[in-house]
Design a protein around this ligand. Structure first.
Ligand code: SAM
Length: 278
């Protein structure tokens, strides 16, 4: 079969299954690349090897059931790193990639020790280790099953990160000083659930997503307190945020410096950076 015919077969099925037109092309490309490991196949319309049609049909069936394509294929990419994902971890988001790219430019400090709080798949910690290759990178998560996934991803990418099982809400001191603390903590209010896509609510782990409506900034309060105790002089804090709470979250950082709310590619308040100066 020719590559273009195969791609068109995928696209026509995907466009009948998914609701959102914006997802037709990226999802079709992900599926195509899963079967055809040749980046020029489509461009040059190469003849491709016979496809296992039953596994392709299984993918369509699971998509019909709203399962995210990343869980079906157990793979995604984060800043070009291949990341294994399953139902125990949040699927890394492009907004988080934007925040990490911003961290790559954090000025005026040599990054020797890094902490990622709520590491999930390990995507943030691993991309920071790749960038700051000589730094010690520690990563905390409450969920041992997430940590198993994160360790698997460290192996896949041949990067060394210290993964630690802890409940951040029960910590009063991190026991070490860091140059950079980063977190994408749970920040979606329970009340936002009803307006969310079934694909997120039913398949992604609740513990990674939701906070109680009566204390939506619970993680930020704790992370900011820990940052004040455990950042080195001049160290940076980066947190991904709920777009509805940008100003409230920034206000909690009143005694940090250079507090900046950053917008994501969709123009929504998405992360805050701040600096600890003695
Ligand atoms: C929004 S996910 C972020 C995952 C990953 N860092 C990313 O950006 O894709 C939040 C993570 O925080 C973890 N988490 C939730 N409550 C926690 C707690 N009390 N202490 C430590 N980690 C927690 C969850 O298990 C989940 O992996």
């Amino acid at each position: 079969m020719k590559a273009k015919v195969f791609y068109q077969h995928i696209f026509s099925n995907v466009s009948q299954i998914l609701q959102d037109e914006k997802e037709f092309q990226p999802t079709s490309s992900i599926i195509f690349q899963h079967f055809v490991d040749d980046e020029f196949a489509l461009l040059l319309d190469k003849e491709i090897k016979p496809i296992d049609i039953s596994s392709l049909d299984e993918i369509f069936q699971r998509l019909k059931n709203d399962e995210p394509i990343q869980y079906i294929l157990q793979k995604t990419f984060f800043l070009n790193l291949p990341i294994y994902v399953d139902k125990n971890v949040l699927i890394p988001r492009p907004e988080t990639e934007e925040m990490v790219l911003d961290i790559f430019n954090c000025p005026d400090i040599e990054i020797k020790k890094v902490l990622d709080i709520g590491t999930g798949s390990g995507c943030i910690a691993l991309s920071l280790k790749k960038k700051f290759i000589d730094a010690q990178v520690d990563a905390i998560d409450i969920n041992p099953k997430s940590l198993d996934v994160a360790k698997k991803n460290a192996k896949i990418n041949d990067l060394k990160v210290n993964f630690i099982e802890r409940n951040i809400l029960q910590m009063d001191n991190l026991g070490e000083k860091y140059d950079l603390i980063v977190s994408n903590p749970p920040y979606v209010c329970q009340s936002e659930k009803k307006s969310m896509n079934r694909r997120v609510c039913e398949f992604e782990p609740s513990i990674a997503l939701f906070v109680e409506d009566d204390d939506p900034l619970i993680f930020y309060k704790k992370i900011i307190a820990l940052a004040k105790t455990n950042l080195n002089d001049g160290g940076w804090l980066f947190v991904e945020i709920n777009e509805n709470f940008g100003k409230e979250t920034a206000r909690l950082m009143f005694d940090l410096q250079n507090v900046t709310i950053h917008k994501d590619i969709n123009g929504k308040d998405r992360w805050i950076s701040a600096r600890f100066l003695k």
